[in-house]
Design a protein around this ligand. Structure first.
Ligand code: AMP
Length: 454
């Protein structure tokens, strides 16, 4: 199958040809003809399958007829994060280079006035995160009654981020005659419910990630003590030992750790940049851009900040922390080994990570190999007080986790970590620009509360 058999307009086909794509991906092949026939589509697919072009290309073709009116966008694409929204805008620019369509991006961290000026002139394509879109709507700057096509992308991510009520509200503000294109990597019950409520007789297309990413990636577990300073040391050794690193993403579970690790790696002379939810929009875009261009070798990121980002051709993934959710592991290592290339992933794990590792192995259906021996159970003997003069260890001491909380305060619980009750990983709604909620909680709220018997 080639692109000229899908019913796309000449202008769109010309843009696809310039971008160098010759064969449509399975989701493009299956979705495009239906989108062009104005059918609702339910695409069960994740990033990396070519799903963005699967909706962008036919939308551009459809938009060739008709024109935009002031404050009444013709199409609306909802994305869970600012980065994804910006990525979709890039796709529209790339594939729409032969069109004279107007576009607006409504995302947080960008001035309202500029966005507003665009809306006033009238836009064909509006790409937005739900919160910012509703802000504009509530200010009376935007009408959604002219929407012909509504795209809800990464719906399960929207669910994770607590956006479903916003999505429902937005759907109800658009005409019921609209065409709805809905994409989600997974279909939990809340998402099924949304589909039942807002899609009309949809064509269902399910595609898996190309070449089962998990199989294309070498996966290694590296044992470590749970002390972040020790983990940083192990990480540095791993990076130095890998002679074939083109570029790598290092994942941490918390944004505080992202920032700390970034500072540490830079201090040790590595070419590294951080990406986390506390950075402003411009810094995040700049970080991503310099990583994409190869100006920096290592990107240190949290799951939320990196979610869904299209960063092709990453040679290595390092998990500084074992993710609490097994699906996050699959998403993380899916950053490498794309398009048939070989990829390598290393996961630093301590004895405290046993359960999470077991859950990952269950999900991927195989055991992950250890680099050396599995992480030994940590010694529970109390630490000796360090000699004041050991300045070389200053960095390590500052981050010693058994005694200190994330933000460096003394922990009242003096038991060694393995004797304390594990923190329960939490799945909670997070702000669009936020990271794991747990990292905002004061440490005392996360400490187990002793319950008196009787
Ligand atoms: P997506 O799943 O939309 O994030 O796309 C993943 C990557 O595949 C992006 O880098 C696209 O530029 C690329 N891509 C999209 N369609 C094709 C195609 N037909 N052939 C080759 N690469 C493609």
């Amino acid at each position: 199958m080639s692109f000229d058999q899908l019913g796309l307009s000449d202008k769109v086909q010309a843009a696809v040809a310039t971008s160098g794509y010759t064969t449509p991906t399975p989701i493009q092949e299956q979705a495009i003809p239906h989108v062009l026939q104005r059918r609702d589509v339910l695409g069960i697919a994740q990033t990396g399958t070519g799903k963005t072009a699967a909706f962008t290309l036919p939308m551009l073709t459809l938009l060739e007829k008709g024109r935009a009116r002031a404050r009444m966008p013709r199409t609306l694409i909802l994305e869970p994060t600012r980065e994804l929204a910006a990525q979709v805008e890039e796709s529209f620019e790339k594939y729409g280079k032969n069109h004279k369509l107007s576009m607006a991006l409504l995302i947080g961290g960008v001035s309202f006035d500029d966005q507003d000026a665009k809306l006033t002139r009238g836009v064909d394509v509006l790409i937005a995160t739900p919160g910012r879109l509703l802000d504009h709507f509530e200010r009376g700057r935007l009408l959604l009654s002219g929407i012909e096509v509504l795209v809800i992308d990464e719906a399960d991510r929207m669910l994770d981020m607590g956006f479903i009520p916003d999505i429902e509200r937005i759907c109800k503000l658009t005409p019921f005659t609209r065409q709805t294109l809905f994409f989600s990597a997974t279909m939990p019950p809340e998402i099924q419910r949304l589909v039942g409520q807002f899609l009309t007789n949809p064509i269902k297309i399910e595609v898996s990630r190309p070449a089962s990413t998990v199989d294309a990636v070498t996966q290694i577990l590296v044992s470590s003590a749970s002390d972040p300073a020790k983990k940083r040391e192990i990480l540095r050794a791993l990076i130095r030992a890998e002679t074939n690193i083109k570029n790598g993403i290092i994942f941490c579970n918390r944004k505080t750790e992202v920032a700390k690790l970034h500072r540490s790696l830079v201090r040790h002379g590595f070419s590294a940049i951080a990406l986390h939810g506390d950075m402003d929009q411009r810094s995040r875009m700049n970080a991503l851009e310099s990583f994409r261009k190869g100006e920096v070798t290592l990107l240190i990121a949290s799951d939320v900040a990196a979610r869904g980002l299209d960063i092709p051709d990453v040679s290595h993934v390092f998990n500084f922390d074992v993710p609490h959710h097994a699906e996050d592991y699959v998403h993380r290592i899916g950053r490498t080994g794309r398009a048939g290339r070989a990829g390598a992933s290393f996961t630093i794990a301590s004895s405290a990570d046993g359960k999470s590792v077991a859950a990952i192995e269950k999900l991927i259906g195989r055991k992950i190999e250890w680099k050396d021996a599995p992480a030994p159970v940590e010694d529970s003997a109390p630490r000796k007080t360090e000699h004041k003069g050991r300045r070389r260890e200053r960095d390590n001491k500052r981050a010693a986790p058994a005694e200190r909380t994330e933000d460096g305060r003394e922990r009242a619980d003096s038991r060694p970590p393995q004797e304390r009750e594990p923190r329960r990983p939490q799945r909670q709604p997070v702000e669009p620009s936020g990271d794991a909620v747990a990292s905002h909680l004061p440490a005392f709220l996360l400490r187990p509360v002793p319950v008196k018997a009787g």
